[in-house]
Design a protein around this ligand. Structure first.
Ligand code: DAH
Length: 353
């Protein structure tokens, strides 16, 4: 249904829109406010859209001119919207540039937590540092080893239980993953002549896996070869090591023991660091099983058979050796109850070190 009034009413609506839209856009001070205002005019339910819907009622003779008018107003609105949008963006950028510069004196955010060395690496490095400070140099060697360097030349008889398939990881070509760092004694003594004072930190492998054993673990071997080396020298180095590593006044004791490559051989205990009284005596606690002592390593005077297997004259040269497990020492130093904690690598556990 057309109506002669329709053209007039549309013209009126357009005139009032035309008179106000620029001011309405100017009043919008944010991009969102501007878009909202624009939607009130050009959106689905907007004022101009409502006007367009009335076009059907405009008599045919007026339709063309009214149509042109509507389009003109629509273009004006669109143009004004774009202009205002650009003006707002320019103003925002200018405000940013005018804003005070960054305040470099503000305190920094707390740094995100940095990683740190694994407790095994830390303890290994601390042990190495102490022994280097006592005059030992680091000697490296392979983890895949010949049977003779790991066992034979160290005085293990061929049928020794340690050489058994159950205890060692053998390769198909007859080599094995070294079961201890004592192989470095052989490597050092077969490659150069005494005197020598070395430590050998490294990874070793055994077929073991429980609360106190891991199939892969770390050891540090230490040995000294010179003329007139005695058990007293060994004891002196061990005492000094205990003092520097576990703290002043830490006592050391040697208990006779057997290893094929030393004679005499001993196991070494340190005074339990957990129940020590100020006077140096120990109360006894669960860590040391009420004994006041904790075993940390094996040691002894290098067996003449070992010297001979390396072409060194045992009449002229003597020496001592000791070897310790890094995990074991870490457990003693930090009171860690289960070896596996060191390998599970829970961040909450590691963060304590
Ligand atoms: N190699 C021995 C082990 O793995 C530890 C050891 C004992 C090393 C006595 C030594 C030593 O140098 O003298 O059980």
């Amino acid at each position: 249904m057309t109506s002669p009034d329709a053209a007039g009413s549309i013209q009126q609506s357009l005139a009032s829109l035309r008179a106000t839209f620029r001011a309405r856009f100017e009043a919008a001070s944010t991009e969102q406010a501007l878009r909202d205002e624009n939607a009130k005019i050009l959106g689905k339910k907007g004022e101009l859209t409502a006007v367009l819907k009335q076009m059907g009622a405009v008599p045919a003779d007026a339709r063309k001119s009214i149509g042109e008018l509507v389009n003109a107003v629509k273009q004006e609105v669109e143009g004004a919207f774009e202009d205002r949008l650009k003006a707002l963006a320019r103003a925002a950028r200018a405000a940013e540039l005018d804003a005070p510069a960054f305040d470099l004196t503000l305190p920094a955010r707390p740094p995100s937590p940095l990683g740190h060395a694994h407790p095994i690496s830390k303890v290994r490095d601390e042990i190495v540092d102490v022994l280097v400070s006592l005059g030992f140099a680091v000697h490296d060697g392979p983890e895949v080893e010949l049977e003779e360097n790991n066992f034979g030349k160290l005085g293990f008889p061929p049928d020794h239980p340690a050489t058994d398939m159950q205890d060692s990881f053998w390769t198909t070509s007859g080599t094995l993953l070294r079961t201890h760092t004592s192989n470095i004694q052989i490597r050092a003594m077969t490659s150069h002549a005494p005197p020598m004072a070395y430590i050998a930190p490294g990874v070793v492998y055994r077929r073991d896996d429980d609360a106190t054993h891991s199939p892969m673990f770390h050891q540090i071997e230490c040995f000294l070869v010179d003329e007139h080396v005695t058990l007293a020298n060994l004891r002196g180095v061990l005492s000094e090591f205990a003092e520097r590593f576990f703290g002043a006044g830490t006592p050391v004791r040697l208990r006779p023991s057997y290893f094929p490559f030393v004679e005499p051989g001993a196991e070494v205990d340190v005074g339990c660091p957990f129940c020590r009284r100020p006077d140096g005596t120990r109360a006894g606690c669960s860590v040391c099983k009420r004994t006041g002592w904790i075993e940390i390593l094996g040691c002894g005077m290098i067996h003449p058979v070992v010297f001979e297997s390396c072409g060194i004259d045992p009449e002229k040269w003597t020496g001592f050796a000791f070897g310790m497990g890094v995990e074991r020492v870490a457990m003693v130093k930090y009171g860690i109850p289960d070896l596996r904690l060191l390998f599970e690598n829970s961040p909450r556990f590691l963060a304590q070190f």
